[in-house]
Design a protein around this ligand. Structure first.
Ligand SMILES: Nc1ncnc2c1ncn2[C@@H]1O[C@H](COP(=O)(O)OP(=O)(O)OP(=O)(O)O)[C@@H](O)[C@H]1O
Ligand SMILES: [Mg+2]
Length: 605
């Protein structure tokens, strides 16, 4: 069974249960927001980095392809030029005759000046006249050496095919030479072979100028001897060391210096097809590799293509830095705004939380006060009952003692017994009145004609009241039917009429009114049943006590009349008011709702 909340003992009243710490709004939102911002920024930087790597790699790959194409183009262009030179030379009858007759002196005389011109103006470095058996007849670039067998790849291939053959060949000194061998047919068959060659050291410089990349030409050590390479180093004023790399050796380069970081592991990685980036003396370098094949198609070494990407990287880094800084600033701004907005929300939240907390505390306090009030009202009531009963009972005891003592005087004893009966009757009246008060709690409402009920009550009042005080009824003409408990309303009205009569001497009629009136607080429509007298009025100092049970200013009053009236009004969902009128007298009014709104008993307790 559920007990009335108001009737809980004081000890069971709980303190406020709302959490004392409100939620931290800022911390809940700011951190995830900051993490998301950081994540976006990190994603941006990572994306920018990968894009830069792709752009950088593509640019280098394009240059490597261009290097390969340019090398091929230049070699075939030079080979064509050399072929034209040889054709001109073969058209010279004097040279032809000298070659056919194997006259070395004549050959040198006829072809020597032409070779000097070619060497001076067209980079031609070699010119051979070889016999059909590939034995050298004349080296115009070194006339003292002859009679040896020339069995280089280009030569043997030209003999095999019987046509012109050109290709790159690695010389013993580490020089790369473009050679062209052309068979020379005479009137009586093959005269022999002409071989012309140029060293292609110039080629790498031209490629550097056209493509803005540096080249290092590395050759496998298997194709050279260290002494010869050293000899070539001194002869061609090259740089480097035989031991710099494990399996390769440098034979040509465009850069003044080879980067220190270019070592065997880097070469191995480049050889596997990847690219490498490293820092070298304040520069950022990007490297790739391209195979170097000789005339027979053998891979004799590699071109290392090196691109300086310092400026590119600096620009990229500066752009990323600028965008990151701007993003950070913007993020910080948004975060700041967000922070202030959340700060306000948090403060509002805190205020609301405090308010709820206070309200809860007030509610608990209120319940505590109600409880205390009830207990003190109960104390007052018990005291009043005891007081009210005590007076007649003391009288009864005293009178009974007197009667005992004066039992010999029957007349006196009878008189005393009469007094005792009267005191007992007073007690009985008080008990009756209290019983009536307690009966008010039983409540049975039904549609009731208010005018009829008022008229009946006035009739009853007239029969009870001996002084024949005038009662005037100012009631509406149409019937007013309200769902009320007629017995209780009649009882309340009767009490008000009795009070009005008791306050009135001969000052005029008591007026009963019934007027439509809405509840001033809720606006609910209802009726106002009023009793107005022209009596002495209520003193201001007792105005707030008249509804307290047992409060009375009359010697024979119980002080339960008005509490009953108030109880009845509350039971019907209404209320009761008391006010002094300006011209003298008092008005009591019971407001009742038009539609029944029955109040639970326990809500009124
Ligand atoms: N119409 C009125 N004019 C002036 N004073 C009034 C009026 N009605 C009530 N009072 C005052 O309010 C007090 C309380 O009234 P209440 O009806 O509760 O008790 P009572 O009339 O004194 O006793 P009981 O009703 O038991 O005979 C009265 O003693 C009186 O002082
Ligand atoms: Mg009364």
């Amino acid at each position: 069974m559920q007990s009335d909340p108001d009737e809980r003992p004081l000890s069971r009243l709980k303190s406020p249960s709302i959490g004392t710490q409100p939620r931290r709004v800022k911390a809940t939102f700011i951190w995830p927001f900051a993490i998301v911002l950081t994540f976006i920024l990190a994603a941006f930087v990572a994306t920018a980095y990968f894009l830069e790597v792709r752009v950088r790699d593509r640019a280098l790959a394009e240059r490597v392809a261009a290097v390969s194409k340019l090398v091929d183009q230049k070699l075939s262009k030079d080979a064509n030029l050399m072929q034209a030179v040889l054709r001109t030379l073969m058209g010279n009858q004097a040279i032809k005759a000298a070659f056919a007759s194997l006259d070395r002196e004549e050959l040198l005389r006829e072809a020597g000046p032409l070779f000097e011109t070619l060497r001076a103006d067209h980079r031609i470095t070699h010119l051979y006249f070889n016999g059909p058996d590939l034995v050298n007849l004349m080296r115009l670039h070194s006339p003292g050496e002859f009679g040896d067998l020339i069995n280089r790849e280009t030569m043997t291939k030209a003999r095999e095919l019987g046509s012109a053959v050109h290709g790159l060949e690695l010389g013993p000194l580490g020089t790369l030479t473009l050679r062209l061998v052309v068979p020379w047919q005479g009137a009586n068959g093959l005269l022999g072979y002409l071989e012309i060659g140029e060293e292609i050291g110039y080629l790498v410089d031209e490629i550097r100028d056209s493509l803005s990349v540096d080249l290092f030409v590395l050759v496998d050590k298997g194709f050279m001897l260290p002494q010869q390479w050293q000899h070539g180093l001194a002869l061609f004023n090259r740089q480097g060391s035989w031991d710099r790399f494990g399996t390769r050796v440098l034979v040509a380069q465009t850069a003044s210096q080879m980067p220190a970081a270019l070592n065997d592991p880097v070469l191995a990685s480049l050889s596997a097809g990847s690219t490498e980036v490293f820092r070298d003396g304040g520069r950022t370098l990007h490297l790739a590799m391209l195979p170097l094949n000789d005339a027979s198609g053998r891979r004799i070494g590699d071109f290392v293509v090196m691109r300086d990407i310092t400026t590119l990287q600096k620009t990229f880094l500066n752009s990323v830095l600028a965008v990151t800084l701007l993003s950070l600033l913007a993020g910080a701004g948004v975060l700041g705004l967000f922070y202030f907005a959340l700060d306000r929300v948090e403060r509002d939240y805190q205020r609301q939380h405090d308010l709820e907390h206070q309200l809860l505390r007030l509610g608990t306090e209120h319940q505590r006060i109600l409880q205390i009030e009830k207990l003190s009202a109960l104390g007052t009531m018990v005291g009043e009952i005891a007081h009210q009963l005590n007076n007649p009972l003391v009288g009864v005891v005293n009178l009974a003692q007197l009667a005992e003592r004066e039992a010999d005087d029957p007349a006196r004893a009878r008189e005393l017994l009469k007094e005792i009966r009267r005191a007992g009757a007073d007690c009985h009246a008080l008990i009756q009145s209290m019983l009536r008060f307690s009966k008010v709690s039983s409540f049975e409402s039904k549609p009731t004609s208010m005018t009829e009920m008022i008229e009946e009550t006035v009739l009853m009042f007239r029969q009870t009241e001996s002084r024949q005080v005038q009662v005037e009824m100012r009631l509406p003409e149409q019937a007013v039917v309200l769902t009320v408990d007629p017995i209780l309303i009649r009882h309340a009205l009767f009490n008000l009429l009795m009070n009005a009569a008791q306050a009135t001497a001969d000052e005029g009629a008591i007026v009963i009114g019934l007027d439509p009136e809405s509840n001033p607080d809720s606006g609910v429509p209802g009726w106002l049943l009023s009793v107005t007298d022209h009596g002495k009025g209520i003193a201001p100092e007792i105005m707030d006590k008249i509804f307290v049970p047992f409060f009375t200013t009359r010697s024979d009053g119980t002080g339960l009349g008005l509490p009953v009236v108030q109880h009845v009004a509350l039971l019907h969902g209404g209320y009761v008011t008391a006010s002094n009128r300006t011209g003298g007298g008092t008005q009591f009014a019971i407001w009742l709702p038009r539609e029944p709104k029955l109040t639970q008993k326990n809500q009124l307790d």
